[in-house]
Ligand binder design. Structure first.
Ligand SMILES: *Cc1c(COP(=O)(O)O)cnc(C)c1O
Length: 501
């Protein structure tokens, strides 16, 4: 790399930069990655076994490579990715935490990993105990009355929660029409409301990024079923007005839904059940030890106050003759929202994480996450515009206002950050901050890593002043630089086609 693009960069970059061909391109006929012993049973004719027409004699253009070639190919590809194991992953709102490896061991314990949901109750007592213990722990952490572990992810938890709201209001004679959503809400909130058949009405935020209570007073009419509140909200600020907002809504017969995806900012410090929340979801894959972002399974447990318990998804755990069993006799349930009882492996990780930390340990993790975010906020404040100046919770949000004056946008700064060896922060979200840089460090980052990250962003702010072109053309140290993101999203080419050799 040349001097200008390399200067001042302290971060170690561990990426090899070899070019990798497609497996199809290194294929040569007759190569194999496996060897099977000679058959010692009579061979079956596939045509006879499967029926004529179901057997391919040849798969055209299928890659043929050796074992070593296959292993090297996929191992090299795996080095193309940035990962939480390589460095800070500061994506705000998504909470890309380090998840203790030991909980992977817990989830792979033979009796838990191989338990089948159709096993009789008598053979599933241990797995059911895990479910019961996790429900109890989440009840304690949230201060709510009951928890269902069935929903598969955050947005699915939201949908379950709003269906519960609808069921309760229907039982009271009127499901109502509207859901209020602050303009700082996560995008899944209005989508959920619409999926559940409600119209969405926006509530403005104050200049401090909090719910505008005067606006809420006017908007909380008899038509409103609930308000969905993300807390801490998407500008990383705790909704100080939540108790007042809940009082206003409850007085009009409406419920309070809390999006608790970012519960990692509250665990051990504040309990939604104590500040007026009726129903909420938690993302186990953000806060409680399931790796998030690989597209793998997650879990979005929903916690409710007692009025909503009769409507929870079926079945519910119950105690009978000193044993755990499933109770399907729930006349008012909204039904099942997921096959069986939820993503069990994720539940095991969450329980292992909670028990290993204990109350004081969980509280410490929360305090460290908040400290880290505020540390970054303070050091970057002189260099980037901070639209909401209140102390933040687990993430801080800047805007690119000062850099935009030089023609450099949040997306350009994020691309340049890649040259410094960091994954970009969340770009252009939340929408109420123009040109947002949304940064969440999480609790496990050391002071050293945070300092490197801060240095990188300060250095980039300097480059924007002295040499904006450098930032506008970044990244310089990756295999590919700028790609056409719109075409990549709208017209993805997901299948290799044999072309002229
Ligand atoms: C991540 C997130 C969600 C959605 O969770 P998924 O598991 O991705 O469906 C909802 N709300 C907030 C605030 C989030 O951060």
């Amino acid at each position: 790399m040349n001097e200008t693009t390399q200067s001042g960069i302290k971060k170690v970059r561990s990426h090899l930069t070899q070019n990798e061909s497609l497996l199809f391109e290194i294929s040569s006929p007759g190569k194999k990655a496996y060897q099977l012993p000679e058959l010692d049973v009579p061979a079956v004719d596939p045509e006879q076994a499967l029926g004529a027409g179901h057997v391919r004699s040849e798969i055209q253009h299928f890659p043929e490579v050796s074992e070593v070639e296959a292993i090297r190919h996929f191992t090299r590809l795996s080095t193309y990715n940035y990962a939480i194991d390589l460095g800070l992953y500061p994506l705000g709102s998504c909470t890309m935490k380090y998840n203790p490896r030991i909980n992977e061991v817990a989830a792979r314990t033979e009796g838990l990993a191989w338990a089948h949901p159709y096993q009789p109750d008598a053979l599933s007592q241990g797995a059911m105990e895990v479910v019961a213990a996790l429900e109890a722990a989440l009840i304690e952490i949230t201060g709510m009355d009951a928890v269902t572990l069935q929903p598969a992810a955050g947005a699915h938890g939201e949908w379950t929660g709003i269906m519960l709201v609808r069921a309760l209001l229907e039982s009271r004679g009127n499901a109502r029409k509207k859901i209020l959503v602050p303009d700082s809400a996560h995008g899944t909130n209005p989508a959920t409301a619409a999926m559940c058949g409600y119209t969405v009405e926006n509530v403005a935020s104050t200049s401090r990024g909090l719910i505008d209570l005067a606006a809420l007073e006017k908007q909380a009419t008899e038509d409103v079923a609930a308000m969905m509140i993300t807390n801490p909200n998407t500008v990383g600020v705790f909704e100080e007005n939540i108790v007042k907002a809940a009082e206003i809504l409850h007085a009009r017969g409406a419920l309070v839904y809390m999006d608790g995806a970012n519960m990692n900012a509250l665990v051990g410090i504040a309990r939604p059940g104590d500040f007026g929340v009726d129903v909420m979801h938690i993302n186990l894959h953000k806060t409680f030890s399931t790796p998030h972002g690989g597209g793998g399974p997650g879990a979005g447990p929903v916690a409710v106050q007692k009025d909503l318990i009769p409507f929870l998804p079926t079945p519910r755990l119950a105690r009978r003759d000193n044993q755990w069993t499933w109770n399907y006799d729930l006349p008012q349930t909204i039904g099942k929202v997921r096959a069986f009882y939820g993503n069990f492996g994720v539940l095991v990780r969450a329980l292992a994480y909670i028990l290993a930390h204990g109350g004081p340990g969980l509280r410490n993790a929360t305090m460290d996450a908040i400290l880290n975010a505020n540390y970054i906020r303070k050091f970057l404040e002189p260099h980037y515009e901070l639209p909401y100046t209140s102390p933040c919770m687990h993430e801080c949000v800047f805007s690119d206002d000062r850099q935009a004056a030089k023609g450099v946008k949040t997306g350009d700064i994020a691309k340049r950050l890649i040259d410094y060896g960091f994954h970009p922060y969340t770009v252009s979200f939340p929408l109420i901050v123009h040109g947002a840089l949304m940064i969440e460090p999480t609790e496990t980052e050391s002071k050293r890593e945070l300092d490197l990250f801060i240095d990188a962003l300060i250095s980039i702010a300097g480059e924007v002043d002295s040499n904006p072109e450098l930032v506008l053309k970044a990244p310089h140290m990756t295999r590919t630089s700028r790609v056409d993101e719109v075409t990549a999203a709208r017209k993805p080419i997901v299948r290799w086609q044999p072309g002229p050799a």
